[in-house]
Write a protein that binds this ligand. Structure first.
Ligand code: HEM
Length: 548
């Protein structure tokens, strides 16, 4: 027997041979059940193992997170703030529809440094200029919080505004030379061309007595200026139809972003895609994407390589970037992200800021008289504006700064503190907290601006400026993440105002506010007049005069 090869056992006669793959119809029910049971057990076992593995990985992270939150609470214990409720923290202390009022109440109740808990997230508001300076100049607080800025990324692009760390430093270093003082001076004639179109567009309104909202004409000016100076896009690439659509959608940017920002459940992309605002959001995106990609293809060739063709006429920002050492290192996606950021960051802010300037002028006739006087003194009656002229308009400069103090275009922005930071006020910002900086609150701090509700451009006389800490005025933020387009914005605003005010006097809406402190503002991503900027115009010089 020992040498015999054993035959495999024959299938039992009363059962058909069953293979795993056989169809259930061919399987008797007892066996089917046991096979199902085995499979369920195997699945349950795999899930249990998976969960156990996840727990092994997550538990230390959870413990670490819990310890971090406890530590944050301990370090922040001395920072004043409203009492917190379990789980929700201070969510109920903030009214979604009255954001500005909620924060004003906090400042008056808790002073220039206070904290709010949103669940396990800690946000500290820093208002006093010396503390603000410490935050904005510290590398510990140069980080943009993903939770806030990821919402703007699809619309504003993956550019400087949202980048962090080494990537941000590399991009900023590559871009800065393309917005250098001399480059901005070269943009001035382009901005002046835009301003003269604004003067022409305003002509039918002059002396008609009509009250009109100047916001839309300001958006046209801001958008034209941005597309010409940043992309060099005009004519074929940026025709009237496309321009009209961009102007129509520009409001969507700010309103949809804010709508989404204050509804935490819509931070989840999938859920937001079911909301009625999603279509508008998508359309804005498609519009900018199409336009920027067209310009990039035109300038660089479809393969993403620069054609090296020198642009005709003056160079735009994009031409400067493409010609620079750092700019040439950008991948196509990186360049695309930066262009999208530049466009959106420039025209939304410039448009809102220009509109509020006209509204303030309409109710401040004394201030306007002084600007008219300066324009006549510096430029004479009929000489066109020249490069560098706006830098000699000192009163206009003070006026623009006072408007920016009173109505900063960005009412607030945020940072994430990566390490503990001790502030001059003696408090310590704990690692992991969010830091909220508010130009709106800081610019109305009576410590640096006595009677903050009084509008007075002479607050920006050199001696008064020298007596305040630099960060008492921060419409463009400060430090290594300050606004890269601050000089651009100032040149744009002063050029538009100088050209328009040489031709017109701005008059108030008889039914509108009569005092700057009565202007009703709305707080979105930007800070803008709730009822638009309704004004009237009177001509100052014969129509058709050549002066710009
Ligand atoms: C009135 C006009 C403007 C105001 C009030 C303004 C204000 C600001 C503020 C407060 C920040 C800091 C935001 C933050 O930290 O989250 C910022 C950043 C930025 N701004 Fe502006 N801005 C204006 C115009 C412009 C223009 C014209 C451009 C482009 C040409 C521009 C491009 C940028 C960019 C790229 C950043 C991000 C900088 C970085 O993080 O390195 N801005 N701006």
């Amino acid at each position: 027997m020992s040498g015999d090869k054993q035959e495999p056992p024959a299938p039992l006669p009363h059962l058909p041979a069953v293979r795993e793959t056989e169809t259930p119809q061919e399987t008797p029910s007892s066996l089917r059940q046991s096979s199902r049971c085995r499979r369920s057990c195997e699945m349950a076992w795999s899930w249990a193992s998976l969960l156990a593995a996840a727990a092994v990985v997550a538990l230390p992270l959870l413990v670490q997170w819990y310890q971090d939150v406890r530590r944050m609470a301990k370090v922040a214990a001395s920072i004043p703030g409203p009492p917190t409720l379990p789980v929700v923290g201070n969510f109920l202390n903030i009214s979604r529809s009255r954001l500005q009022r909620s924060f004003q109440r906090m400042v008056s109740q808790y002073g220039t440094l206070f904290r709010l808990w949103f669940g396990p997230l800690l946000a500290v508001w820093v208002v006093d200029a010396e503390d603000v300076e410490a935050v904005l100049s510290s590398p510990a607080c140069a980080h943009k919080p993903r939770i806030m800025y990821r919402l703007i990324e699809p619309i504003l692009g993956r550019g400087l505004l949202v980048l962090n760390g080494a990537e941000h430093r590399r991009h900023r270093k590559s871009i800065l030379p393309s917005l250098h003082r001399e480059v901005i001076q070269q943009f001035q004639p382009l901005m002046q061309g835009v301003a003269m179109e604004l003067v022409d567009n305003l002509r039918p309104k002059a002396d008609s007595g009509e009250v009109f909202d100047v916001v839309q004409l300001c958006s046209v000016a801001a958008i034209d200026s941005a597309f010409r100076t940043i992309l060099n896009a005009s004519g074929e690439l940026f025709g009237p139809e496309l321009r009209r659509e961009v102007v129509e959608h520009v409001d969507t940017l700010s309103s949809v972003l804010m709508y989404r920002a204050v509804r935490p459940w819509y931070h989840w992309d999938w859920l937001f895609s079911w909301d009625s605002h999603y279509a508008a959001y998508q359309r804005v995106n498609e519009l900018y994407d199409g336009l920027i990609l067209d310009v990039m293809n035109h300038k660089m060739g479809g393969d993403g390589k620069s054609t090296g063709t020198p642009p005709r006429g003056r160079k735009a920002f994009l031409d400067h970037v493409l010609a620079s050492e750092g700019g040439r290192q950008f991948t196509r996606e990186e360049l695309y992200g930066e262009l999208k950021t530049m466009l959106a960051a420039s025209f939304v802010t410039s448009m809102d800021s220009l509109s509020i300037h006209f509204l303030v002028l309409s109710i401040m006739p004394d201030v306007q008289d002084r600007i008219h006087q300066e324009l006549d003194d510096v430029l004479g009656a009929d000489r066109p504006l020249e490069e560098g002229d706006v830098e000699h308009l000192e009163y206009l400069d003070r006026f623009v700064k006072e408007v920016m103090r009173y109505f900063p275009t960005f009412p607030a922005f945020g940072r994430r503190c990566l390490r503990d930071l001790r502030l001059p006020s003696g408090h310590t910002l704990p690692a992991g907290c969010f830091v909220a900086l508010s130009p709106l609150a800081s610019h109305h701090n009576p410590k640096y601006y006595p009677e903050p509700a009084r509008f007075d451009p002479d607050r920006f006389l050199p001696a008064a400026v020298a007596a305040r800490p630099a960060s008492a005025f921060m419409p463009f933020s400060a430090g290594p993440r300050n606004c890269i387009g601050g000089r651009y914005a100032m040149t744009f605003l002063k050029t538009q105002l100088a050209c328009v005010l040489r031709r017109y006097a701005v008059l108030p809406d008889p039914d509108g506010p009569r005092d700057v402190s009565r202007i009703r503002m709305k707080m979105g991503v930007t800070y803008y007049p709730r009822d638009g900027a309704r004004i009237r115009l009177r001509a100052r010089a014969p129509h058709g005069a050549s002066a710009g």
